[in-house]
Design a protein around this ligand. Structure first.
Ligand SMILES: [Mg+2]
Length: 211
């Protein structure tokens, strides 16, 4: 049974795909690149996101895109919503005294606004947002909070999250509620794969505390 859970944010706890696509397309249009449909975006988008932007807008400095992305994200007709089972999962973790953290690539300004609006920020002992490459930070997070690797898992919806868990020597929990489709997640060999956080919680509940 895991005593510490590090959560990704987008696609794991919240659905921000509509405003993310809207903002991405605003950035593409600014550079005279045709907008993407959702299916193409899901096919091509990956983390760390500078790799994605280098592919779709080669040679454009990533820093020059962030202002427009942020303002377009805020003006998207569809906003961010909390995913089904996410709040229940966090409340359950709190009741179980499982220590919870966030490790997200999302821009910190956007993240802070969302977490506050959705009243989710108080569930986490510490939040790491705006992390471009999560592999660079996972080791430091484990050390700083003295998280035993065998009692710790990283929960996320993308291949990069699974790779980050592998890199940190902790368990990876993939959920299929977000950006990467299930076959792509499976190829990255997560230790667990669940359809959503409620299935993960049921699995945790059925696992003996000493396991
Ligand atoms: Mg995600």
């Amino acid at each position: 049974m895991y005593q510490n859970l590090i959560f990704d944010w987008s696609g794991t706890l919240v659905n921000d795909l509509p405003p993310t696509l809207f903002a991405t397309n605003a950035v593409l249009r600014e550079h005279n690149v045709p907008a993407m449909e959702l299916a193409e975006f899901r096919e091509r988008f990956r983390l760390p996101y500078p790799e994605f932007y280098e592919e779709v807008l080669p040679g454009v400095a990533i820093e020059s895109l962030e202002g427009l992305f942020r303002s377009a994200f805020g003006s998207s007709p569809e906003q961010v919503t909390i995913l089904p089972h996410a709040r229940e999962m966090m409340e359950w973790c709190r009741a179980q005294k499982i220590r919870c953290f966030v490790l997200s690539s999302m821009d910190s300004t956007i993240f802070n606004h969302q977490a506050r609006e959705l009243k989710m920020d108080h569930f986490f002992e510490e939040i790491y947002s705006g992390v471009i490459d999560k592999r660079d930070r996972i080791g430091e997070i484990l050390t700083t909070h003295e998280l035993a690797p065998e009692k710790t898992a990283f929960v996320g919806d993308m291949v990069h999250d699974i790779e980050t868990a592998h890199h940190g020597g902790i368990a990876s929990v993939a959920v299929t509620t977000g950006y990467d489709p299930e076959p792509r997640l499976r190829k990255a060999e997560p230790r667990h794969l669940f359809q959503d956080l409620s299935a993960f919680r049921e699995w945790l509940e059925s696992t003996p505390p000493q396991a």
